[in-house]
Design a protein around this ligand. Structure first.
Ligand code: ADP
Ligand code: ZN
Length: 726
């Protein structure tokens, strides 16, 4: 039995698991452990990494108290970061351990990277000189350390030459410290020449950052106005104050061009952080962010949980983008949590977008955020001329999806040797396959959704659970052969139609399921930027951030697609997505066009896009949200109850509803079947909790969940605060 459980010798340790509180551990004799220290502790039969926490740990019987196994030689997680983790946990109703887990996602980085063994000149002369030896000595003459193989390789000699010099004492062994993942940025590398509008915006941002302290700025400027150039000045100001900077981007793995632009301005790339990073690189970035060697990170939403030691600015680019919402384990919006992080760290946050979220616009209108507007595109680049194609008047030919008006526009674009982009936010060939004889529809066996035909892969695929089966030849219901028909278009089908009309054109299909993954996508995007394609058919992947200089036509195949689902955010999302995708056109000064195929040209979204009058659209949307008490004028949470059987899910959802306390400012809708009633074999019911702006939704939900019986068997409850769709 351990006797050493005297007060002060037991500390709380936050573990990366669904625990509400840190666990208690004994500090080894003679050791000191400050809050934030990263530790290895025993847990059951295993050992896990955790963080020394503040406050009290779970009480533990003295005989059961276990001892910390190891204190890692690693910078501690800052007090700011620990408070942030607790705040996110409280807001999202997640166990703090699960939030802490996101900050500990680089286990090998807790130990310092071992130095590499290297060689350095001693000043001794070799017994005799050869040409090979001369080359080696010339390279090493500046006194820098080399690795044995690196030096041999650089000098073009065999390893035995190096070993020979070693043996004579010409070189001595030395340790080469771990190389930084990126060199430090130089804020004076290239000072950009900004337009007067840009300069004014940059000055205000610089002032804001130099003043220090918390505050949010909404940088609102049309696509191509130079928002990136402008917020780089905020980045420079923060770096000049000795701060670290985080830039969040929605599709970092695909925005290599962004890294290049950063390099052009600062003479070095930022460190990248996203899920496609090689594990080794990941570890090094994590460690060097903690040590302060990395000054700027450009990352996906998870970068928010990196262990910065002196973070002084967060920029959230494309702040409206739905990719900032994580809907897995801890449900959080990285845009909103960036603002919280800035508040806790007392530093400024910049939100940039050409089409700000309604939330951010309202925050700016009401004076909570500063708003800076960039009204025009850089240089002479005009915005694309947008028009709606009324599909009722110029319908596609039988079996096709492209209106003659759009086909003609493509033809003209190709004749000018420019590029066209056809945008359709649907992967695969056709979203539904049915049998012409008996009407059978191919449905996913595990989900309430149709199977999507992927013709390139000869498969029917479920986009919700990944289930796939070979493309059938006969109907499984009636056995009819060759009577299966694809219904509706996906990008593959549009590409087929394009090929029929323009057989000589070079057509590229781009969607996230492209064989070859991110690497292949990057190559394709580069090829498009270099003009190696004439027509691109793509999903929203192509909408984000890319600069395609000779793209002068964007055709939206189905502009109504996102409006159909009855979600109150549908109009906002469609407006944002279509603005962004049409914004790919005309970025280098050539006259450019955007054509929207729609059956409802009079819809406010189409009108706003065609007229370029975003203000009227925002005013209307904001007024509508206010009238309905929807976010940001009210608060929403969605509770999804799922289970292996429909009745289990429904029963528990009802039990939760019965446990709901009475509250004047909060009402509950449901339970009802969730919009996707079956996903991956789990039945889903949903409760929507709607409150006024002042309502304490979290307290209400906590009470409701703790009053109801605990979920049993296969039942799971997921709480989503500020859901994306409702
Ligand atoms: P946004 O982020 O608002 O879409 P960008 O910052 O990407 O705009 O700028 C659009 C294009 O214009 C980029 O190619 C950028 O390099 C160029 N650009 C913008 N401002 C300037 C400037 N002041 N000097 C040179 N190039 C600029
Ligand atoms: Zn499925």
């Amino acid at each position: 039995m351990k006797q050493d459980s005297a007060p002060g010798r037991v500390i709380p340790v936050m573990l990366p698991m669904p625990a509400e509180r840190p666990y208690s551990y004994a500090v080894p004799d003679g050791a000191t452990v400050a809050p934030g220290a990263i530790l290895r502790v025993p847990l059951g039969p295993r050992e896990v990494a955790g963080v020394a926490w503040d406050g009290d740990g779970e009480p533990v019987a003295p005989g059961k108290l276990r001892q910390i196994s190891e204190i890692f030689d690693c910078p501690p997680l800052s007090a700011e970061m620990r408070r942030f983790i607790e705040w996110v946990a409280g807001y999202t109703l997640s166990p703090p351990g699960m939030v802490a887990r996101m900050a500990l996602r680089a286990p090998a980085a807790f130990d310092p990277e071992p130095p590499v063994e290297g060689l350095r000149l001693t000043g001794r002369e070799p017994d005799r000189m050869t040409a090979a030896r001369e080359r080696v000595l010339a390279l090493a003459a500046d006194g820098q350390a080399w690795t044995r193989s690196g030096l041999a390789h650089a000098a073009g000699v065999s390893l035995s030459v190096i070993d020979g010099l070693m043996a004579q004492g010409v070189f001595e062994r030395t340790e080469i410290p771990p190389r930084p993942v990126v060199p430090p940025p130089d804020t004076a590398f290239v000072r950009p020449e900004l337009t007067p509008d840009q300069q004014a915006a940059a000055d205000r941002l610089r002032e804001r950052v130099s003043a220090g302290g918390f505050g949010v700025t909404l940088l609102d400027g049309v696509t191509g106005s130079g928002k990136t150039e402008v917020y780089f000045e905020a980045v420079a100001a923060a770096l000049e104050r000795g701060k670290q900077v985080l830039i969040l981007l929605p599709e970092i793995a695909l925005t290599q061009a962004f890294l290049e632009r950063f390099h052009d301005r600062f003479g070095a790339k930022p460190a990248e952080w996203h899920s496609d990073l090689a594990p080794k690189k990941r570890e090094r970035v994590w460690r060097q962010v903690a040590e302060g060697q990395v000054r700027v990170v450009a990352g996906a939403r998870s970068a928010l949980f990196l262990p910065f030691r002196e973070l002084g600015l967060i920029v959230v680019d494309e702040e409206h983008d739905p990719a900032y919402k994580q809907e897995d384990r801890v449900f959080y919006n990285a845009r909103d949590m960036s603002v919280v992080r800035g508040h806790i760290g007392n530093f400024p946050v910049v939100l940039a977008s050409a089409t700000p979220s309604i939330e951010s616009r309202v925050n700016a209108d009401q004076g909570r955020y500063q708003r800076i507007v960039l009204p025009a595109r850089f240089a002479d680049a005009a915005m694309p001329e947008l028009a709606a194609i009324d599909m009722r008047r110029s319908p596609p030919e039988r079996g096709g999806f492209l209106s003659p008006v759009l086909i003609e526009a493509i033809e003209r674009t190709l004749a000018r040797k420019e590029q066209a982009l056809l945008f359709l936010n649907r992967r695969g060939y056709a979203p539904l396959t049915l049998c012409r004889v008996c009407g059978h529809r191919f449905q996913c066996p595990n989900c309430s959704s149709w199977l999507v035909e992927h013709r390139f892969r000869h498969q029917l695929v479920c986009h919700h659970c990944g289930h796939n089966e070979p493309q059938p030849e006969a109907c499984p219901e009636c056995g009819a052969l060759d009577h299966l028909v694809p219904c509706g278009p996906g990008v593959e089908r549009i590409a087929e139609e394009v090929d029929r009309h323009f057989p000589a054109a070079r057509t590229i299909v781009l969607s996230s399921d492209l064989m070859g993954g991110v690497k292949r996508l990057r190559l394709e995007l580069e090829a498009i930027a270099k003009g190696e394609a004439d027509i691109v058919v793509g999903t929203q992947l192509v909408a984000k951030g890319h600069n395609f200089p000779s793209m002068t036509l964007v055709g939206v195949v189905d502009a109504d697609l996102g409006l159909a689902n009855g979600d109150p955010r549908a109009a906002e999302r469609t407006f944002q997505l279509l603005s962004q995708v049409t914004g790919r056109a005309g970025r280098s000064g050539k006259k450019s066009f955007g054509l929207l195929q729609t059956y409802q040209p009079e819809h406010p979204v189409m009108r706003a896009l065609v007229s370029g009058d975003a203000e009227t659209f925002y005013e209307r949307e904001i007024a509508e949200r206010e009238r309905a008490g929807l976010p940001p004028f009210g608060r929403l949470a969605s509770i999804i109850v799922s289970a292996a059987t429909r009745s289990e899910a429904e029963n528990h959802a009802r039990a939760l509803r019965r446990a709901a306390p009475a509250a004047a400012e909060i009402d509950i809708l449901g339970p009802a079947e969730a919009p996707l009633a079956l996903v991956a074999g789990r039945h889903r019911f949903r409760l929507l909790v709607h409150g006024s702006r002042r309502a304490d939704l979290q307290a209400y939900l906590r009470q409701m969940i703790s009053t109801a019986e605990r979920p049993r068997g296969s039942v799971r409850v997921q709480v989503d605060i500020d859901p994306q769709s409702f």
